[in-house]
Design a protein around this ligand. Structure first.
Ligand SMILES: Cc1cc2nc3c(=O)[nH]c(=O)nc-3n(C[C@H](O)[C@H](O)[C@H](O)COP(=O)(O)OP(=O)(O)OC[C@H]3O[C@@H](n4cnc5c(N)ncnc54)[C@H](O)[C@@H]3O)c2cc1C
Length: 314
C-alpha cells in the first residue's frame, strides 16, 4: 500500500480485518493522514483530525499491518518489494497552472514565483507583500481558509478573496459552515470580490474581469485555489509495464482515493474500503453490499453480473 492518507489507511485496516496476513503501508511524509492531516491544521478545521486519529488507533492495534513513514517509493522500489497486491493511494495536488472549471486553460502568469497553491502554504511557504490575493474557483472551504490564514498571520496586509461564484464558498452553504466562515472573513477585514474572474497574473497585480469589465487589482502575492490533479505518475508507470509487474510477481494493481481522481474524503475512504473487499475476494468490484441495498436484487444475481465486469486489477 503506497500512501497513508485516509484511503490507504482505510484499505490497510480493512485488508487486515479481512485476514490478510501482511500489509505494509508506506508513507512518504513523516506522519500518516495525508491531506486530511494537513487540512486539520488550518484555522477552524481541527475537527477533521478525528478521521485520521481514529484510523491511526485502529492501525496500531493490527499486528498484520506495518506502517512505514518517511519513505517515498518509486516504481523500482515497488517492484523490488515483491508484493502480490499493490495499491497506490498517493493522493492529489493543487494545480499550479491555474486551470479551473471556467477555462480549462492555464492562467497567464500562474507559474511565477509569487504565485502559490494551498500545498505550498501547507509546506510553510507564504506569499509576500502588502497586497495578497486568493483566487478561489473551488467554492468550498479552501479559498476561505487560505484567506483567513493569511489575514490572521498578516494583519498588516490587505487580503482579497476573489471568486467567480456569486458568494464566497457556495458549497459551504450545503454543510451549514458558510455563515461561520463568512463572518470570520468579515471580522478579519478580508475584502471579498465575488462574480469575478482572474484572467492574468502580473508581477504586482491581477487582471480581473466581471462580465465585460476589466480591472487591475494590486497583488504582490497570489494563492491559487483553482483545481486539483491526481498524483498518479507512479500508478501509471507501474500499469504501463505489465511485463515487469508479472516478473515482480504482482498479481493485482489498484489506484484508490484521490490518486484515482480527486474526490471527497468520504469517497476516498469508501474507495479504500471497497478495494480491500475486492482484493482476493469474489466481489471483484466491491459493490455487492451497496448494490443489494440500492437495487434490492439478491447478492447471487449481482455476483453473476459482477463476474462479467472486468475487475480494475491488472
Ligand atoms: C484543499 C482540499 C480540501 C478538501 N476538502 C474536503 C472536504 O471539505 N470534504 C471532503 O470530503 N473532502 C475534501 N477534500 C478531499 C479529501 O481531502 C481527499 O479526498 C482525501 O484526503 C484523499 O485521501 P487520499 O488518501 O486519497 O490522499 P491523500 O490524503 O493525499 O494521501 C496521499 C498520501 O500519499 C503519500 N504519497 C504520495 N506519493 C507517495 C510515494 N511515492 N510514496 C509514499 N507515499 C506517497 C502522500 O505523502 C500522502 O500522505 C479536500 C481536498 C483538498 C486538497
Amino acid at each position: 500500500m503506497i500512501g497513508a492518507g485516509v484511503a490507504g489507511m482505510e484499505c490497510a485496516i480493512t485488508l487486515a480485518n479481512a485476514g490478510m496476513r501482511q500489509v505494509v503501508l508506506v508513507e512518504g511524509g513523516t506522519t500518516v493522514g495525508g491531506h486530511v492531516a494537513r487540512i486539520a491544521q488550518l484555522p477552524g478545521l481541527g475537527e477533521w483530525r478525528r478521521l485520521v486519529a481514529y484510523r491511526d488507533r485502529q492501525l496500531a492495534q493490527l499486528d498484520a499491518v506495518e506502517v512505514v513513514v518517511s519513505t517515498t517509493l518509486g516504481s523500482g522500489d515497488v517492484l523490488d518489494r515483491k508484493a502480490e497486491v499493490v495499491v497506490v493511494a498517493t493522493g492529489a495536488y493543487w494545480s499550479q497552472d491555474g486551470v479551473s472549471h471556467l477555462t480549462h486553460e492555464p492562467l497567464d502568469g500562474a507559474r511565477a514565483g509569487h504565485v502559490l497553491t494551498p500545498d505550498a502554504l501547507a509546506e510553510g511557504r507564504r506569499p509576500e507583500g502588502d497586497n495578497l490575493l486568493v483566487y478561489d474557483c473551488e467554492g468550498y472551504f479552501m479559498g476561505a481558509a487560505m484567506a483567513e490564514l493569511l489575514a490572521v498571520e498578516r494583519p498588516d496586509a490587505r487580503i482579497r478573496l476573489v471568486t467567480p461564484f456569486p458568494v464566497v464558498g457556495p458549497f459551504l452553504d450545503l454543510t451549514f459552515e458558510a455563515d461561520t466562515a463568512r463572518r470570520r472573513l468579515h471580522a478579519l477585514d478580508v475584502q471579498t470580490i465575488t462574480g469575478s474572474e482572474v484572467r492574468a497574473i502580473a508581477a504586482h497585480s491581477c487582471e480581473l474581469w466581471r462580465f465585460d469589465q476589466q480591472e487591475e487589482i494590486p497583488a504582490a502575492g497570489v494563492v491559487l485555489v483553482t483545481s486539483r490533479r491526481s498524483h498518479d505518475d507512479l500508478y501509471r508507470e507501474l500499469r504501463n509495464d505489465p511485463d515487469r509487474l508479472a516478473q515482480a510477481g504482482i498479481e493485482e494493481l489498484h489506484a484508490i482515493g484521490d490518486c484515482a481522481s480527486p474526490r471527497h474524503i468520504a469517497e476516498s475512504i469508501f474507495d479504500g474500503h471497497r478495494i480491500a473487499r475486492a482484493i482476493g475476494g469474489t466481489d471483484s468490484n466491491g459493490f455487492i453490499r451497496d448494490l443489494r441495498i440500492v437495487t434490492g436484487r439478491p447478492a447471487e444475481a449481482i455476483e453473476r453480473a459482477d463476474s462479467q465486469i472486468a475487475p480494475s486489477a491488472v
